[in-house]
Design a protein around this ligand. Structure first.
Ligand SMILES: Cc1cc2nc3c(=O)[nH]c(=O)nc-3n(C[C@H](O)[C@H](O)[C@H](O)COP(=O)(O)OP(=O)(O)OC[C@H]3O[C@@H](n4cnc5c(N)ncnc54)[C@H](O)[C@@H]3O)c2cc1C
Length: 385
């Protein structure tokens, strides 16, 4: 590993730190609904106005065109400043935008990229179906050509924030005769199109809040000009999209969790001797393990960035995802073990229970822990399929 920060990198860090210090929105981020949409778009607009939108996007498309090392520095400072994660802008900034940059035509770029950076629109992802999750290429939502339009029928599920979105990156089967990876197209779907029905899915984190929806498409007409890349080449387009999802932004989580462990250590000190159900030794051992694992995850991130900067492309980021996801779950579990009923009685303090329940999804969303292990086995360790 050879990752060192140059003098210019250090100056860049100071600049990012100063801007974040002065501009981070300090109000608590709402967990759902229009309020959350407004909050996330407002923060995106603020970053745009300050010249900090699209750190990973090339300059010619309005981004900052930062190197991986500088992106890492930005995300480190972002987490240190405790800036809010505008999750609703995630798909637009990390999948749809980069995919349109890589594979979209001039008209698609001109319409969509500025709206995303300026914080005007929310995008959602319409990939998973009731019978196509890990095995995404089995998707059945179908589109046939009728004049200048595609006509879509079928259903997508687990669409995060679909009910709050303006646009959707949608995978549809446009050739039913071709092998399953070959007959798929990646299209831009206007979520206000006639024929789309959304059904909220109840989640355990908060029964009254909607996180994701199931989308039904009944003869939904989408202009053929909304196909990104070539018709029937959507699998290749989608794979580049998933690649973007595993980018440098993960480093924010690692730093946030490293802070969380320190906070848990302080909480444990406060709680020991009260009604904390665990012994001092057990808490100490589990906290020490977590702290060490967080430090290891950080070192792995530096290794992956350093290799990528040196032009080495590999699947090592799956190692990180698998490890960090499970470490986060352990951290949330231990927080509740330390706090006991106090966590339920003081929800306003840090949403302890909400984040514990949410942590179950970390090893499912964007590729399950088992799928990550398959990737590690096959592509990192070279084991037979
Ligand atoms: C919080 C959250 C948000 C999400 N948001 C979106 C979204 O916005 N848009 C979207 O399209 N999707 C979204 N998803 C869906 C997510 O991508 C899928 O849940 C995920 O890909 C797994 O698919 P599945 O749920 O169909 O499970 P399945 O693929 O049916 O898997 C079931 C179990 O079998 C295991 N398994 C499956 N295949 C293998 C294999 N080959 N080897 C070993 N084990 C295997 C899995 O690991 C899992 O434990 C979201 C999911 C979550 C949890």
């Amino acid at each position: 590993m050879d990752l060192h920060f140059s003098r210019e990198d250090k100056l860049f860090r100071e600049e990012a730190r100063a801007w974040l210090h002065d501009n981070v929105i300090r109000e608590r981020r709402p967990h759902a609904g229009e309020e959350m949409r407004e909050f996330d778009l407002a923060w995106q607009r603020k970053q745009y106005a300050g010249g900090w939108a699209g750190v990973a996007w090339p300059k010619e498309f309005g981004g900052l065109g930062l190197s991986l090392t500088r992106q890492l520095i930005w995300h480190e400072e972002y987490a240190r400043a405790d800036a809010p994660d505008n999750h609703l802008c995630f798909v637009a900034l990390n999948h749809a935008g980069p995919t349109i940059i890589a594979r979209g035509n001039a008209a698609q770029k001109q319409l969509h990229l500025p709206q995303i950076l300026r914080g005007e629109v929310i995008w959602c992802q319409g990939f998973s179906e009731p019978n196509a999750g890990s095995d995404l290429a089995s998707l059945k939502t179908h589109a046939h050509v009728d004049g200048d339009d595609l006509v879509v029928n079928g259903s997508k599920i687990w669409t995060s924030h679909g009910h709050l979105s303006d646009w959707q990156e949608l995978l549809v089967r446009t050739d039913t005769e071709a092998p399953k990876h070959k007959g798929i197209s990646w299209v831009i779907c206007d979520m206000k199109s006639p024929g789309i029905t959304l059904r909220p899915i109840q989640i355990m984190t908060s029964p009254n809040q909607v996180h994701f929806v199931q989308c039904f498409y009944d003869d939904v007409r989408i202009p053929r000009s909304n196909i990104v890349g070539d018709m029937n080449d959507g699998w290749n387009v989608a794979m580049s999209t998933l690649g973007f999802e595993r980018g440098t932004a993960q480093v924010r989580d690692q730093i946030r969790y490293a802070f969380l462990v320190e906070k848990m250590i302080r909480k444990a000190e406060e709680r020991l001797g009260s009604d904390c159900p665990l012994s001092r030794d057990e808490i100490g051992a589990r906290l020490a393990q977590l702290r060490a694992d967080m430090a290891a995850a950080r070192a792995m991130t530096y290794m992956v960035v350093s290799r990528a900067e040196a032009g080495i492309q590999d699947s090592q980021s799956s190692l990180m995802r698998a490890m960090v996801g499970e470490t986060q779950q352990r951290a949330r579990r231990l927080a509740l073990d330390i706090l006991g009923p106090y966590a339920l009685e003081n929800p306003e303090e840090d949403d302890w229970v909400y984040f514990y329940l949410r942590s179950f999804s970390i090893t499912i969303a964007a590729g399950t822990a088992q799928i990550q292990r398959n990737i590690i086995g096959e592509r990192v360790l070279g084991l037979p399929r």
